[in-house]
Design a protein. Structure first.
Length: 171
């Protein structure tokens, strides 16, 4: 099985906004990293200081942390720490991508999304249905990135005000 070629961030951005995915992938970066992203990182750092931190795989996937002890069925548990649930569909698909990526490398895992500020967490498994949904997403990401045209901006600003490309898209 060949390894998927995207990063978790690209899968996340696809779920939020195709334009954001395209701009990010084409190295169009804003001058400063958006402060929302910074706060999100800080939440992860402050909350799970003592756990094993950030495991990078092939420059594509960066896991926030993995539990040292295996589950009873021999699977691993990987964690992703998030600040809020406003883009939870994106969080879920990003986590499914991580599970899929690990599966492609022969590692079976379950995922846990942690929302420390909300004191909530959600477990995810790579079921056959989740796998086929994810494959459709990966195909569509390919289609978007093969195009030389930047996708249109979102029709509402719901996700835009927290986006690093806000000024580029709306001024
Ligand atoms: S500002 Fe809005 S439309 Fe523009 S890239 Fe960000 S999310 Fe997409």
């Amino acid at each position: 099985m060949s390894l998927p070629e995207f990063t978790g961030t690209q899968v996340n951005y696809y779920m939020v906004c195709h334009r954001k995915l395209w701009l990010f992938t084409h190295d169009i970066t804003m001058e400063r990293e958006h402060e929302i992203v910074q706060i999100g990182k800080l939440v992860g750092q402050e909350t799970y200081k003592r756990e094993q931190k950030e495991i990078a795989l092939d420059d594509r996937v960066v896991l926030d942390w993995m539990e040292l002890q295996d589950n009873s069925d021999g699977t691993k548990t990987i964690h992703e720490v998030k600040k809020g649930r406003s883009v939870e569909a994106a969080h879920r698909m990003q986590m499914l991508y991580y599970l899929y990526y690990l599966h492609s490398k022969g590692i079976e895992a379950v995922g846990q999304l942690d929302y420390p500020l909300l004191k909530k967490s959600e477990r995810l498994q790579l079921t056959p249905q989740a796998t086929s949904e994810l494959r459709m997403v990966l195909k569509d990401i390919e289609r978007i990135l093969e195009s030389s045209e930047v996708p249109p901006r979102l029709t509402t600003k719901r996700f835009c005000e927290k986006c690093a490309y806000f000024e580029l898209c709306w001024s």
